[in-house]
Design a binder for this molecule. Structure first.
Ligand code: NAD
Length: 256
């Protein structure tokens, strides 16, 4: 379905970004990867799906590096047809104890990077008459939790940016939507499981059950594969008139 198209997925060396990149590649899309840590392992997983794969190591907190990444994608792949703004980090602390430097980093990586990549991707999508921008927000783009001030602020911002992007392009073939996962067992969440286990003297399994039980009525983690399938839907012809939604896949978290 996506053969000949190119998808740039930020933060695709791990977790949800890698899951979405693989789902898009399975539909034939070439992939531009981004993110830190091991690149070769995840790259091999995507290459195995028979598509072309590139990589740019831009730090998503730096607008000039985001511009270099978008220029690399245009040069190597012609243009970016699908942009998935996914890179993100977390820090958990009460506001009075929240390090100002962590606040700035979360706002830059989780929110402003989506604006910078979007503003640079839009002209080529508009010229082509087709494009998909998918922002990986969070259930925390819809509701709040204590001790996540920067994250909740950034994710609410991303949902707002999604709506404006969708409206400004509503008469074109360019759509923009947000995906709002609940708990997904990636390294980002494993850190929170570990912190809970250490603080309360629990096993890994007990801490996971507690985390789910506090927020997620299904008592199940959402998987990167399920989120990848939603991204594929947004890119399908059935998604042509889905514009500006913030679609939660959260086991009932936000329904409460
Ligand atoms: P993860 O830690 O597995 O992956 C994060 C990715 O972002 C990695 O590839 C990492 O290298 C990259 N990254 C981090 N900082 C970066 C930077 N400065 N520049 C470039 N890349 C950077 O985490 P994940 O859980 O897969 O998170 C992906 C997205 O999903 C994030 O935006 C996160 O907020 C969101 N999300 C996660 C959950 C969850 O439960 N895991 C729930 C809702 C939303």
């Amino acid at each position: 379905m996506l053969k000949g198209k190119t998808a740039l997925v930020t933060g695709s060396t791990s977790g949800i970004g890698l899951g979405i990149a693989k789902a898009l590649a399975a539909q034939g899309a070439n992939i531009v990867m981004n993110g830190f840590g091991d690149v070769e392992g995840p790259k091999a997983e995507i290459l195995a799906l028979g598509v072309k794969v590139g990589y740019h190591g831009a730090d998503m907190s730096k607008p000039d590096e985001i511009a270099a990444m978008m220029a690399y994608a245009a040069e190597e792949f012609g243009r970016v047809d699908i942009l998935v703004n996914n890179a993100g980090i977390q820090h958990v602390a009460r506001i009075e104890n929240f390090p100002a430097e962590r606040w700035d980093a979360i706002i830059a990586i989780n929110m402003s990077s989506a604006f910078h990549a979007t503003r640079l991707a839009l002209p080529a999508m508009q010229a082509a008459g087709w494009g998909r921008i998918i922002n990986v927000a969070s259930v925390h783009g819809l509701v709040a939790s204590a001790e996540k001030s920067a994250y909740v602020t950034a994710k609410h911002g991303v949902v707002g940016l999604t709506k404006v992007t969708a409206l400004e392009n509503a008469t074109t073939g360019v759509t923009c939507n947000a995906i709002c996962p609940g708990w997904v067992l990636t390294p980002l969440v494993q850190k929170q499981v570990d912190a809970k286990a250490a603080a309360l003297g629990l096993s890994n399994d007990e801490a996971k059950k507690l985390l789910l039980g506090e927020k997620e009525p299904s008592l199940q983690f959402t998987t990167p594969e399920e989120l990848g399938a939603l991204a594929v839907f947004f890119c399908s012809p059935a998604g042509n008139n889905v514009r500006g939604v913030a679609w939660n896949m959260d086991g009932g978290w936000a329904a409460q």
